[in-house]
Design a protein around this ligand. Sequence first.
Ligand SMILES: [Zn+2]
Length: 463
Amino acid sequence: MIVASIEQICPDQQEWLEQCELLVKAESLPAIVWVAMQMGLWIARGIVEAELKRRARVIGEWSKCQQCGHKLQSKGWRERQIETVIGKINWNRRVGRCPKGCRGHLAVPLDEALGIAPNQSSSEELMRLGCLLSVVMPYELASWLLGQWSGLSVSSSTLWNWVQTKGRQAQAEIELQLQSQAQGQVVKPDPLSAIESVLPLAIAADGVMVPFRPVANTPKGKTQWQEIKIALLTRLGSGINRAGVTVPQLLNRRLVAVLGDIDKFIPHIQLEARRQAFDSASQVVWLSDGGKGFWRVYHTCFAHCTVAVLDFYHAAGHLWRATAAIFTSPRSADARAWFVRWRHQLRHGQDALVLASLTRLINTDLFTGNSLATLLQVQAYFQRHHHHIRYQHFEQLQLPLGSGMIESACKWLIQQRFKGVGMRWSESGFNNLLILRVAWVNQRFDPLFPNVTLPVHPHSPIP
Ligand SMILES: [Zn+2]
């Protein structure tokens, strides 16, 4: 019998009357809403328990023992309990065992049909919510908020365990994708709207430091900072703001984040670039500051098909260093004017003039020691990047001149969650949370919980 009336949820009339009485006694609107919500949860639990009771009564064939092939036999009814987003659910169901006494778990056909593992104590939709909260806020806060919202008590260490479980699962999936990429198999591109697919693809990369514990499982010792390498892949679109002005817009943003060196980072950025169909994009632009490791990524993966832009602000920073080496008082108006002229030349298509003037200064014998060393460094930097500083040309192509987009991505991906006061990470604890956070910003969080169907919102929100 399918649940059709309140009596089936609650055979005890008295209990229902008590709930109604609470509602009547509630005075203010918030109080009425709160009681009604608790009643709603109470009814929801009743519906679930009644439905499980109905399913438990349906008698099916017992399966065969996986070890000896004998048909399993019922060992009677056992109680089961699980924590869900609507609270604790209890039900009874038949368990079976091999008549020959083979070892192994009790067979529980109903639990198997429901997709519950033998030792599972929380339902997957609750784990999903717990992981989602943990992805955006500290574990302690997530635990507290979960309690506020639903009255559930899920400890921060339980949340931590869920993140480790799901994080490991997500890592394993990515490892498989990396393996098949390494074997030369074609990476299937993500679906892209017709509008997005004709827009230029920007790939930007940068590093950000995160504090780690020197020794696992103990808070002792001096913090060790390690660099997380981040890439942002996005389609360069445009929109119109409230003032009616056309402004650049980053569409279909995807992030890559790796704890490890450049060699570990390269296959990850390649995989994402393939998923974003970089080889069929109308134009690909690479954006980075002067960090040599990231330019190695560019030369290894993208140089054959990409326009590369050296971040203008970093380039201008190097011009300032050179200016400070030339003038005895770098704060003087002369020094300032010199720098402004250089920066203007660099920005407006006269990068060759800037390089020529640097070279001329180096050849004058006016500079020695540190000043000369700085000038030579800056000269080498601009020579190395002379293809990547053609800012007037890039502007004509309507390309961004700065890597500001990756710097802000580092802030909201890493800073916001991993660099809170007193936070220090273990490598595995960091990686398991990072992979879920990246999945969340890349709109790939929900597929990690395939049993949870969300009828209203198909995707988790984008930050
Ligand atoms: Zn058996």
